[in-house]
Design a protein around this ligand. Structure first.
Ligand SMILES: Cc1ncc(COP(=O)(O)O)c(C=O)c1O
Length: 417
């Protein structure tokens, strides 16, 4: 047991394939450690440089740096003057963190279906728009792109807001326009597991017309680098690639999502890391694409998986595979969660850290508070429990991917997912 808290348990284990190894170079690791040791992380100011770089990328739009993607969504909702009872449409398959700003603003999330590319389905959105709908939140998932042009047309027709959430697909373009710059306003994020994975942070790409930019001082009180530092040092992701803290295994299920009152600006060190990674963005993307292709080819040999449809470019923040035969007839949340737990812990014991599939948000929320109709969410209900999210981050070498491709079918057979 860790002396700090019973929530922590000791675990010494070499991860052959950690879930989100950030693509920091030795120089970046050294700079981060030095800054932490000398408290340079709290002074210095690289924020302005990051802001300028993002401004250049997003066609001179106003950029507001934040401490997280969800803080940036919070600003996007404030800019749309979202009020209690307003409805925000988003896909049921998504990172649950996006719910935090919606609920914080007392708005009601309304869940739409995904298409066969595992992105928000515009026809499903069209069928659930109501007079209460104030905005569509479009999180592009796993390095792919949602049908932004159709969604923009729909938002214009219905006169509602459109938030372009490029947290997972920052760097991808549609018709030479970067994701994050569509719709009313956009957001990006720099946390672990994102395409530009600093250690935390985000940015709001403000509306084209700045008159709608809200006064932000109220929402961005101060920089809380110390708190971010602490949570980073104890986080699961950090453990797997920094041997000194590797033994601390935080039980993520017990960690609560921080309330938005903690929304703050990004600090200098996190800005510097994001800037540094942005300088070799193309290289990182190419590497992820090559890893994804390689792993896909290896897994094709097993004949256990199918792949989502792909009509658009993809930068593969994760490689999504779907199990051909998940081996159960009923889609019962508890049974499937238990099977996934067994699969993931089997893989962990062998040194492979995979992400569980996103649990559909509509199944997690109480039906009374957030009404939905299962027949409106057919693809979601048919696909979520078959999805495997595989890491392809640049630090991973082909040998690790080969080991993963060998281990996965064996453990799948044992668990019979
Ligand atoms: C699509 C998407 N949007 C927003 C967020 C929130 O980002 P953050 O964790 O930086 O608040 C996430 C988190 O993973 C995400 O996946």
């Amino acid at each position: 047991m860790c002396p700090l808290n019973s929530k922590y348990r000791l675990q010494w284990q070499e991860m052959k394939v950690p879930l989100h190894p950030p693509a920091w170079s030795k120089k970046e690791h050294a700079y981060a450690c030095l800054n932490i040791l000398t408290a340079g992380a709290f002074s210095g100011d690289k924020r302005k440089e990051l802001q300028e770089e993002l401004k250049r990328k997003f066609g001179n739009r106003k950029i507001v740096l934040t401490s997280s993607g969800r803080s940036a969504i919070h600003l996007a909702l404030k800019a749309l003057k979202i009020q209690e009872g307003d409805e925000i449409i988003l896909p049921s398959i998504c990172c649950p963190a996006v719910l935090v700003p919606i609920l914080q603003n007392k708005a009601t999330p309304v869940f739409a279906d995904i298409n066969l590319e595992i992105q928000l389905d515009h026809q499903s959105v069209e069928s659930i728009v109501s007079p209460k709908t104030k905005a569509i939140l479009v999180p592009h998932l796993f390095g792919g792109a949602a049908p932004m042009k159709d969604l923009e047309r729909l938002a214009k027709e219905k006169n509602i807001g459109l938030i372009d959430d490029a947290a997972q697909s920052f760097g991808l373009e549609i018709s030479e326009k970067p994701l994050g710059s569509f719709g009313t306003s956009g957001i990006i994020a720099f946390g672990i597991g994102k395409p530009i994975s600093s250690w935390y942070g985000g940015a709001w790409i403000a509306p084209l017309y700045e008159s709608t930019t809200p006064d932000l001082s109220e929402f961005l009180p101060k920089i809380r680098e110390a708190k971010a530092l602490l949570s980073f040092a104890t986080s699961r992701a950090w453990r797997n690639w920094w041997p000194l803290v590797r033994e601390i295994d935080l039980d993520l299920e017990k960690v609560e999502v921080p309330p938005l009152s903690q929304a703050s600006q990004i600090g200098s060190l996190a800005s510097w890391l994001a800037l540094s990674l942005l300088k070799r963005e193309n290289l990182l993307t190419e590497c992820r694409k090559k890893n994804a292709k390689y792993l896909e080819a290896l897994l094709d040999l097993t004949q256990l998986f199918t792949w989502p449809q792909r009509h658009h470019e993809n930068i593969y923040t994760k490689l999504v595979a779907c199990l051909k035969d998940p081996g159960h007839k009923t889609v019962d949340l508890d049974t499937i969660q238990n099977k996934w737990r067994m699969l993931l812990s089997g893989l962990r014991q062998k040194g492979f850290e995979l992400a569980p599939p996103y649990l559909p948000l509509h199944l997690l929320c109480s039906r009374n508070s957030i009404p939905f109709r299962s027949e409106d969410l057919k693809n979601t209900e048919n696909l979520w429990y078959k999805m495997v999210l595989l890491p392809v981050d640049p630090p991973l070498r082909h040998q690790s991917l080969e080991e993963l491709a060998l281990a996965l079918p064996k453990i799948l057979q044992q668990v019979k997912i």
